[in-house]
Ligand binder design. Structure first.
Ligand code: KG4
Ligand code: ZN
Length: 335
């Protein structure tokens, strides 16, 4: 069974092709990073227009890469939320057109669930239940993936998403958008203990997180140094900020895993590409004898393969959408 997955929820026009739920045949991304860079963030209208021009070429490149034609496909999967309204519309319209023209099943996919399920392309069938940390530009939550494949949110950020915090701090110190990978690189030469930035909600007894105070503390420290005529060591600032963010996520995830009696953890979403986050979880899971599943970096950030994989799972369970499928920009994890 070949499933083609379309992802246009934000600024990547992405198409993946997955065979028999676990075999990755193609994963093509037309990135819009350079288009949005001058604005310091994603401009929804620009994203939607770029999706329009990139959609068909990306689909055909994915088909060529997988060495298949439209006639070989068994289903079309598409992200229908959460995401930018105009951007989602382009992907969903393209998916409907393909499904209709080829008489194929259409499968609407929840972007957040797809970030978790993409792991199956590298590890095979995910053993359930498990605990997942979903950390992206617009979303940060700790979820339990239950034995029946449903998701239960245990905690979430109460303000900024982790990726948003990375991007805002990067912007403040003059790094390009998206800032996460730039902070990651800068932090490699820095001392993570140089600044003791706050770990908010560390002892509140919930699995919620908060990053806006951390962001403010970093900005305040930089302004204080500037006023005092001190040249900041930006690598130290980046490393200390990143350490605080990773530290609190580790603490919260481990507490949730312990309370839920789960010893399998999946890291998912764009921020799961972060070197320090991956290293910290690798070390702590090894020391506690827990299984850690982290997708390779191209499968962490937005991609079409994750949509194809999640769509293939739904298809296997007999779940399909129909041509009335509507976009749901504010979709929650449980949808
Ligand atoms: O999952 P994703 O590609 O898109 C959304 O669904 O939001 O995540 C994008 C986010 C951005 O905020 C980006 O800065 C962040 O992931 N990111 C990183 C790294 N790579 C991407 N953050 C920290 N370190 C990285 N290496
Ligand atoms: Zn994402």
């Amino acid at each position: 069974m070949l499933v083609l997955g379309i992802e246009t929820s934000c600024d990547e026009t992405a198409v993946g092709i997955v065979e028999d739920r676990f075999i990755l045949r193609a994963n093509i991304i037309a990135s819009q990073v350079e288009l949005h860079a001058p604005f310091g963030g994603v401009v929804p209208e620009v994203a939607a227009r770029a999706h329009l021009t990139q959609m068909l070429p990306t689909i055909y490149t994915a088909l060529d890469t997988a060495k298949v034609t439209l006639r070989d496909l068994d289903a079309i999967a598409v992200t229908y939320g959460p995401g930018l309204a105009g951007a989602l519309l382009v992907g969903v319209a393209a998916a409907k057109g393909l499904a209709l023209a080829q008489s194929l099943p259409l499968i609407g996919v929840n972007h957040l669930r797809a970030h978790v399920e993409v792991s199956q392309l590298e590890t095979g069938e995910l053993e359930l239940p498990l605990l997942a940390l979903i950390v992206s530009g617009g979303h940060t939550s700790i979820v339990r993936m239950n034995a029946d494949g449903s998701f239960t949110e245990l905690g979430a950020t109460i303000d900024d998403a982790a990726g948003e915090a990375f991007d805002k701090i990067a912007r403040f110190i003059g790094l390009p958008f998206p800032g996460g990978p730039h902070i990651d690189r800068l932090a490699r030469d820095g001392n993570p203990k140089a600044f003791d930035f706050p770990r908010a909600l560390a002892h509140d007894g919930t699995y919620n997180m908060s990053f806006s105070g951390l962001k403010t503390a970093v900005v305040r420290e930089l302004r204080r140094m500037e006023a005092a005529g001190i040249e900041p060591n930006l690598a130290d600032v980046a490393a200390s900020f990143q350490e605080a963010l990773v530290d609190i996520q580790c603490q919260k995830v481990l507490a949730a895993a312990k309370a839920e009696g789960l010893d399998r953890i999946v890291l998912a979403g764009g921020v799961a590409a972060n070197t320090r986050l991956r290293a910290a979880f690798t070390a702590v899971c090894a020391s506690l004898g827990m299984q850690l599943i982290v997708p390779s970096i191209p499968l962490c950030t937005d991609n079409g393969a994750m949509v194809a994989a999640a769509g293939a799972n739904l298809l296997a369970r007999g779940i399909q959408s129909d041509l009335s499928l509507a976009t749901v920009p504010g979709m929650s994890l449980s949808a």
